[in-house]
Ligand binder design. Structure first.
Ligand SMILES: [Zn+2]
Length: 174
């Protein structure tokens, strides 16, 4: 995938971002979902490209830009991380056996890495190296967000993180 876009954020925008950051209000941003119809891969990026882009296979990807509140996404991801850390800490080798334990731990670690990556992208979108999460009492529901809870392990998936809500359904005729 080419990465020739230049993201120019001018000073006024930066100042506005800083003020929003300080005020504990939504930080608007965009998350972009990319789907390659040939490779059938789906991934997200923080890089907006108005002119479209090709996948590494040369096929033009389907893109969908999803408006997000970076602070909300970041806050929810932090809570997911906390859920995962609690699970990882609670699973002691003496209580669960062998391969099952390893598989389970590995998948929890993978989910953990995915959350950390998502938070890293949120910082890039916000154009800062720190995002202050919403306070403890804030919930996605009160903010009017629909969140799907994946059980187990109890992770919250925002609409922005569910590509199937944004991209066209897979071709059933194939
Ligand atoms: Zn492809």
């Amino acid at each position: 995938m080419s990465d020739s876009s230049t993201k120019v954020i001018n000073l006024a925008e930066r100042r506005a971002q800083r003020e929003r950051q300080a005020a504990n209000v939504p930080i608007p941003g965009w998350l972009v979902w990319l789907h390659c119809p040939k490779c059938e891969t789906t991934e997200y990026t923080e890089v907006l490209m108005s002119e479209g882009r090709d996948h590494k296979c040369g096929t033009l990807v389907e893109e969908k830009e999803v408006p997000i509140d970076v602070r909300a996404e970041y806050t929810i991801s932090l809570r997911n991380l906390e859920t995962l850390d609690n699970l990882l800490e609670s699973q002691t080798p003496s209580r669960l056996l062998g391969r099952f334990l390893k598989t389970s731990r590995d998948s929890l670690e993978q989910l953990r890495a995915a959350e950390e990556e998502y938070q890293r992208r949120m910082l890039i979108i916000a154009g800062t190296d720190e995002v202050t999460p919403y306070p403890e009492e804030w919930t996605p529901e009160t903010a009017g967000m629909e969140v799907e809870v994946i059980q187990p392990p109890g992770l919250m998936l925002t609409e922005a993180r569910q590509p199937q809500l944004h991209l066209s359904p897979p071709d059933q005729t194939a």
